[in-house]
Design a binder for this molecule. Structure first.
Ligand code: SAM
Length: 226
């Protein structure tokens, strides 16, 4: 059985009892970052062997994990933070396991996009998660244009280094919509900034971005009623 185990996105106390029990019971833990998962396991006094499973070895490592699953072993997949498969290499393994008709389940838990969306205060009844935008401006604008007329709340992951350029492109493509920057969620410097795209962008000139961000932007025609 493959267990997709969600882990904290910052605050270690957000680990679930089932996640801990699963990590204790499985034969092996496949980790996107063995050092980071090693710290998590140590914190909860769990001794378990790990195998690396990350973007650069995912094809080869998936083969190894499939072989273990076929032998009847149990494997927990833990990615860097949050829910495996959401904007991380977990997805490719999940697809292979489903295709091979092997057993898979999930131990649910934190996902940055859900926390950011809920705290945004923007409409929650329908939303579109777009993950990480392309890094280059031309491709990024075309990527943003896909949802230009969509009424759904839009959610993006973005690195602090590219955040100003991303917001600038979002402003050009969508106009000055309501948006939210959800930063360092569940961590010491957790912050949720709500405002127009132009105001959020202006604030980043004064306070350069630091830490991890989720960007939430209101859908077309879905401006928040004041
Ligand atoms: N699988 C993860 C999940 O369930 O959210 C996401 C993995 S993705 C590689 C990492 C991105 O998620 C970060 O670049 C950031 O955009 C977002 N993220 C993760 N943790 C966060 C946090 N504590 N606060 C804000 N954003 C976070």
């Amino acid at each position: 059985m493959l267990y997709l185990v969600a882990t904290p996105i910052g605050n270690l106390d957000d680990i679930s009892l089932r996640a801990l029990e699963t990590l204790r019971q499985v034969d092996i833990v496949a980790s996107e970052d063995t050092r980071k998962t090693g710290r998590l396991l140590k914190h909860f006094d769990i001794q378990k062997s790990q195998i690396p499973f990350h973007e650069h070895n995912k094809e080869r490592a998936a083969g190894k994990i499939m072989a273990l699953l076929e032998q009847g072993k149990s494997v927990a997949l833990v990615t860097d933070a949050g829910t495996p498969g959401i904007s991380d290499p977990g997805f490719s393994l999940l697809r292979r396991v489903i295709k091979a008709d092997l057993e898979v389940t999930m131990i649910p838990g934190p996902a940055a996009l859900v926390m950011a969306l809920v705290l945004s205060g923007l409409p929650l009844h329908s939303f579109t998660f777009r993950g990480f935008p392309p890094r280059k401006s031309g491709r990024r604008r075309r990527f943003l244009e896909v949802d230009k007329d969509s009424p759904h709340t839009l959610i993006f992951y973005e690195s602090p280094y590219r955040l100003p350029a991303f917001l600038q492109d979002a402003l050009s493509v969508y106009g000055n919509r309501d948006a939210v920057l959800a930063r360092e969620l569940t961590k010491l410097h957790e912050e949720v900034q709500r405002g127009k795209l132009s105001a959020l962008l202006a604030d980043l000139q004064v306070r350069p971005p630091r830490g991890e961000y989720v960007v939430v932007i209101s859908g077309a025609g879905e401006q928040v009623r004041k």
